[in-house]
Design a protein around this ligand. Structure first.
Ligand SMILES: O=C(O)[C@H](O)[C@@H](O)[C@H](O)[C@H](O)COP(=O)(O)O
Length: 239
C-alpha cells in the first residue's frame, strides 16, 4: 500500500489539520457536485464539531453532496445513526442544501434500501473507469480490528462485491448495516482515513506496512490512488 501518512499529536489537532486541508481541497474542485462519503463512529464527531464552529462561513457547502460509506439500519433519531450524529453536530449548523444530504434510510427494509441508495448514489456520482460511482472524497475510519466502513475481517464478499452497496452484519452485535463495497470505496478519487487512539496502533502499523492481508484487515484493501491516513501520536506510535 503506497499511502501518505500525516502524523499529528492528538485528535483535536488531527481534526484541525484535516479541516484545513479539506477546505483547500474543496475550493480547488472545479465541478459543482462534489461527492463526499462520510464515515461513522466516534472519530468524525470532533471534525463535525470543528466544521460547524470554524468553517460554516469558510467552505462553500452548496457544492458538497454528502453520502455515508456505511450506515446502521436504525431510525435517524437512534444514537447509533451515523446520519443522526452528523445532523446534530454538523448539518443543523452549516448551510448544506437539504437535497445535498443523501442519507441511508435506516428505518427502511435493508434489502430494499440497499437498491434505493444505489440509485441515489447514481443520481449524482459519475461513474469511474471501473463502471462504478467514483466519489470525489471517501472519508473513512478504521476499527481496532482493521475494519473500515462496515466491512469487517473475513467478509471477503463485501470487499470484492461488484455491487455499489451491500447489506452487512456487525460480527459481534449482529447489527444490520448497509455498506458501500470495497471496489466503490477503492475507486474514490481521494481517500482519507482518520485514525486515533492507542488501541489501533498495532493494526495500523500492519495496515500501513501491508503485513496483514486484506482478508484480515479490510482497511488494507484500500491501496490504490490518493490515500492519506491522518493519525494521532497514540495510533501512529509503531509507524
Ligand atoms: O459506522 C461505523 O462504525 C464506521 O463507519 C466504522 O467503520 C468506523 O469508522 C470505525 O469503526 C472506527 O470508528 P471510531 O472512529 O469510533 O474508532
Amino acid at each position: 500500500m503506497t499511502v501518505q501518512t500525516k502524523r499529528v499529536s492528538d485528535p483535536p489537532t488531527l481534526a484541525a489539520e484535516f479541516a484545513k486541508d479539506f477546505a483547500d481541497w474543496s475550493a480547488r474542485q472545479t465541478h459543482d457536485k462534489i461527492s463526499i462519503a462520510l464515515s461513522g463512529g466516534s472519530t468524525p464527531k470532533i471534525l463535525f464539531k470543528l466544521w460547524a464552529e470554524q468553517y460554516a462561513d469558510v467552505i462553500d457547502w452548496s457544492r458538497l453532496h454528502f453520502y455515508w460509506g456505511d450506515e446502521r439500519c436504525v431510525p435517524p433519531g437512534d444514537p447509533e445513526s451515523n446520519y443522526g450524529v452528523a445532523k446534530e453536530l454538523l448539518f443543523d449548523k452549516v448551510p448544506v442544501p437539504p437535497e445535498n444530504i443523501h442519507r441511508v434510510l435506516g428505518e427502511a427494509d435493508p434489502q430494499e434500501e440497499r437498491f434505493r441508495y444505489e440509485d441515489e448514489i447514481r443520481s449524482v456520482v459519475a461513474l469511474g473507469a471501473n463502471g462504478l460511482p467514483q466519489f470525489d472524497l471517501m472519508l473513512l475510519g478504521m476499527g481496532d480490528d482493521g475494519h473500515t466502513a462496515s466491512i469487517f475481517p473475513h467478509q471477503r464478499e463485501l470487499l470484492t462485491s461488484t455491487e455499489i452497496c451491500e447489506v452487512a452484519q456487525h460480527p459481534v452485535s449482529g447489527q444490520t448495516r448497509i455498506t458501500m463495497t470495497g471496489p466503490v470505496i477503492k475507486a474514490a478519487k481521494k481517500t482519507v482515513f482518520l485514525v486515533t487512539g492507542a488501541g489501533k496502533k498495532a493494526v495500523l502499523a500492519d495496515v500501513i506496512h501491508h503485513k496483514g492481508e486484506f482478508e484480515t484487515y479490510p482497511a488494507s484493501y484500500i491501496d490504490e490512488g490518493d490515500v492519506t491516513f491522518y493519525v494521532d501520536d497514540a495510533a501512529g506510535e509503531l509507524l
